[in-house]
Design a protein. Structure first.
Length: 201
């Protein structure tokens, strides 16, 4: 096939992002918050990536962009568009329902830039819909939820449980549960027995 016969790339050239002006950054921030819940620190990270890209492509001033982000985020916090405490509470409840341990929840919140004191207060106050706290003492509920979702321990076929016990222990450990909690969950003979164990606390 000659060069003249080669198929032409008909895809239009990709548009370069616009310079990160304060107005553009506000529009990006509002669009992000419409689609995703966010902490103040996480939104700053999203916007800073735009500022850095704008500096590379358009030669804009990254320091001016960073200052614009600080002012924008402060205004959003003041106006109630950003609330780290509400964000932490919602994320904690969602992760707990999915079977995350208190340790895993705390790490996830820290990763999103939530202040350590807010994390501690959120875990102290948070209770699942089932009435169990997500603090370390309430990890049995979360571990049981994870076992149900991932079909571990009592949710496996009885003849397969011994073969997969170490794997199931590893799954619970990676989710942040201690050995004692994992053993209690995996030692339940049936799903009903696990539910009874959770109800007994």
């Amino acid at each position: 096939m000659t060069n003249s016969e080669a198929p032409k790339n008909t895809r239009p050239p990709r548009k370069l992002p616009k310079p990160a002006t304060p107005e553009r950054l506000e529009a990006i921030a509002l669009f992000h918050l419409e689609r995703f819940a966010s902490s103040a620190a996480n939104l700053k990270r999203v916007l800073l990536r735009r500022v850095q890209r704008s500096a590379q492509l358009h030669g804009t001033d990254p320091a001016a962009g960073a200052a614009a982000i600080e002012a924008l985020v402060a205004r959003f916090v003041q106006d109630g568009l950003l609330d780290d405490k509400l964000y932490a509470e919602a994320r904690t409840a969602r992760l707990h329902r999915r079977g995350a341990s208190a340790r895993k929840i705390a790490a996830s919140l820290a990763e999103k830039g939530i202040d350590r004191e807010v994390i501690s207060a959120t875990l102290d106050e948070a209770d699942g819909d089932d009435g169990y706290s997500v603090r370390p003492g309430g990890d049995l509920v979360a571990a049981a939820a994870l076992a149900r979702r991932r079909r571990l321990g009592p949710y496996r076929l009885p003849e397969m449980r011994a073969e997969f016990r170490q794997k199931d222990l590893g799954t619970l450990a990676r989710a942040g549960f201690g050995r004692a909690i994992a053993e209690r969950v995996l030692s339940a003979e049936t799903p009903d027995a696990l539910r009874d164990l959770v109800e007994e606390g």
